[in-house]
Design a protein around this ligand. Structure first.
Ligand code: SF4
Ligand code: SF4
Length: 160
């Protein structure tokens, strides 16, 4: 399955140190500069997100957030207000190779790169540590298969 974003906002909540608005070039249109690469991207607030963009309360909790990150209407999720004109870095980014959700659909773990499991679920972490001790040293493909099998055996949903 191709990568999909769960809109947790984690990756964008510190991107204010990378992304800076260089200039306003029109109504809800800006030049966004990447401070590390120098890349400049013209971006435009998505027409359906103008009201969200005008609410800057997110910066109280995330002072380093990307200048285009906002909370959605319900305040539960975080969203990008320039989704239709994303800079390249945002198009290319994906935060998981394997995604594991618990039966309620909450994120339990993400595999990033080879053999790097970021676990947000203590139960998953503990059963995986135990399985790792049992299987010993394995190659990358077997490591993936063991994790997927274990997670599915315990009722998690796995996407890859
Ligand atoms: S790319 Fe990943 S870390 Fe970033 S908002 Fe989406 S799910 Fe969260
Ligand atoms: S432009 Fe959007 S996707 Fe990219 S870092 Fe900012 S909020 Fe995140």
């Amino acid at each position: 399955m191709p990568f999909f974003c769960q809109q947790c906002g984690e990756c964008c909540s510190h991107m204010g140190v990378v992304h800076r608005i260089r200039e306003e070039i029109g109504e809800f249109r800006f030049l966004l500069v990447n401070e590390y690469t120098g890349e400049v991207t013209p971006v435009e607030i998505d027409p359906d997100k103008i009201a969200l963009f005008e609410d800057r309360s997110i910066f109280t909790s995330f002072p380093e957030a990307c200048p285009f990150l906002r909370r959605d209407v319900a305040g539960e999720r975080i969203c990008c207000t320039v989704h239709l004109s994303w800079p390249e870095i945002c198009k290319e980014f994906s935060c998981w190779r394997i995604l594991i959700l618990d039966p309620a659909g909450r994120r339990s773990g993400r595999v990033m790169g080879a053999r790097y499991l970021v676990c947000e679920d203590e139960q998953l972490y503990s059963i995986w540590r135990k399985r790792l001790d049992e299987i010993g040293v394995v190659d990358d493909g077997s490591w993936d298969r063991e994790l997927i099998t274990l997670a599915e055996e315990h009722g998690y949903r796995v996407y890859r």
